[in-house]
Design a binder for this molecule. Sequence first.
Ligand code: ATP
Length: 514
Amino acid sequence: MASQEEGLKKLIAHSKEYGFVFPSSEIYDGLGAVYDYGQNGVELKNNLKRFWWDSMVLLNENVVGIDSAIFMHPTTWKASGHVDAFNDPLIDNKDSKKRYRADVLIEELLAKYDDKIDKEVEKAAKRFGESFDEKMYRETNPRVLDNQAKRDEIYARFVKALHDNDLGELRQIIVDNEIACPISGTRNWTDVRQFNLMFSTEMGSTSEGAMKIYLRPETAQGIFVNYLNVQKTGRMKIPFGIAQIGKAFRNEIVARQFIFRMREFEQMEMQFFVRPGDEMKWYEHWKEVRLKWHKALGLGDEKYRFHDHEKLAHYANAATDIEYEMPFGFKEVEGIHSRTDFDLASHEKFSGKNIKYFDPELKKSYVPYVVETSIGLDRTFLSIMAGAYCEEELENGDSRVVLKFNPALAPIKAAILPLVRKDGLPEKAREIMDDLKFDFKCVYDEKDSIGKRYRRQDAVGTPFCITVDQQTLEDNMVTIRYRDSMKQDRVAIKDLQKIIDDQVNIKNLLKKLA
Ligand code: ATP
C-alpha cells in the first residue's frame, strides 16, 4: 500500500512541477477534485483527443462528430433517468466524519480477498516450481478455498443488495465484515443513504422565471437528442455512430486519487445506433476495437483487462469496463455499454415527438438500439502519465526521470538547443525552430549546461533534442538526441522534418488500429 501511495504521490508532484496538472484555484488552497491542465498537460490532452477523434471519425465512414451544449433542457435528465436514479450509496464514519461510497468499501474488501488468494497461489508456484498445477491448487488448497468461499458469500450478498437497492443490507455487509474507516480506524458507521450526483444551477434572471437546470453528468444525452438531426442532415444509414468530446460534471462523494475521480472532467463518447437485435454483435465489435485503441498507446498489453459489470445500470443489457493498472490497482478507464433503446424511447415518450428511424431496407420504422463507448479523457491521461513515468539510473552514476510517451502523444516534439549562447549559434537554432514550428510543437532553450537541458526535456517526455554547435555553421548538420536510448546522431538540418515526422505523426498510432 505504502509503495502504491508513493507512486501516486510522485506522479502528482511531477505533474505539477513540469506543468502537466495543477490543483484548481491553488492560491485559494484548491477546490476538491477539480484540476487545471498546464502548458504540457493541455498538449498531451489535445493529442489524446486527436487520436480518439480521428480513430472514430476518420477510420469509420459511418461515424461523425458533434459538439453539443453542456446545458440541456431539464426534462432531458428526467427522461434519461438521472434525476431519479443517478445516485451513489454513501456512508459516513461518525468519528472521522469522512464520507465513503458504500459500494466502493465493499469492492475494496472483495479485492483484498482476491489479493490474498493470488498471493497464496504465487507463493505455492515458487515453492513447487515447474510441477505446479495452478488450477488444481486453487481447487484443493484449504486456505485458498476458505478465502474463496468467504469472498463468494460477500459477493453474492453485495450483488443482491445492489439489485434490490437494499441500503440496509449494504450497511450490514460493511458491519458484518468489520470494515473500518481507514482514517479513524473505527467501525462507527451511519446509515447508508442515496446521494444524487448531478450539479444544478438556475437559468433565467428573475426568481419566478428561473428554471432549475443541470450540468450534464455525461455527454451522451446531447447525442441522443440530436440523433435524428444528424441522421437526416447527414443522410446516415443504420448502423452509424455519433462521437463527441466534452465536459461532464458529477458531484462525486469520494474524490480521491488525483484526476482519476474529478467533479469536472472530460468524456469522449460515441453512441452507435443499430437495428434492434443486432446490439450484441456490435457490442462485441466495439469491445475489440476499443481495447485495440488502448493497447496502441503503448503502455503494455498486460496493463489492460475487461471487467464485466455486476449490476447493470438502469439502461443497459450488457456492460463492461476496460480497466488499466493504475499505481493504485486495476481501474476503469472506459465503459462499453449496450444501452438498448432505453434513452431514445424515453426521449420519445417525454418529448412527445416521433424519433423513430425509417429503415429503407426493412421498410419499417423503429427506435434504434445503442451501443456506446465512453472513455474518460482524464483517466486516460492519468494512465499515460503513470505508464510513461520512469526513473532511470545512468551508467555515469547520474539518474534521470523520463516520461516515455509514445512520440505522437508527447506534448513537445523537439527541443532546439544552441550549445553555447554566442558565436551565431542562437541565431542558427532560431532559424531551425522557425522552420519546424509549422509542423511540430517545439521549444527553444539556451539556458544551463546541455546535460541539464536534456534532463528538462526528458522530464516532459520530448522525444528529440536538437543541438546546434560550431560545426553546424559550416556543414548544416546538427546532433539529434533520442529520448529513450539517449543515443546521438549527426544529421542534416534538411532531414529533420522527416526524421521527426516519421516518429510523431498521429498516423503511426492510427495505423496500429487498421
Ligand atoms: P465509476 O464507477 O468509476 O464512478 P462510472 O462507471 O460511473 O465510473 P461511466 O458513467 O461509465 O463511469 O463514465 C464513462 C467514463 O467516464 C468512465 O469510464 C471514466 O473514464 C469517466 N469518468 C466517470 N466519472 C469520472 C470522474 N468522476 N472523473 C473522471 N472521469 C470519470
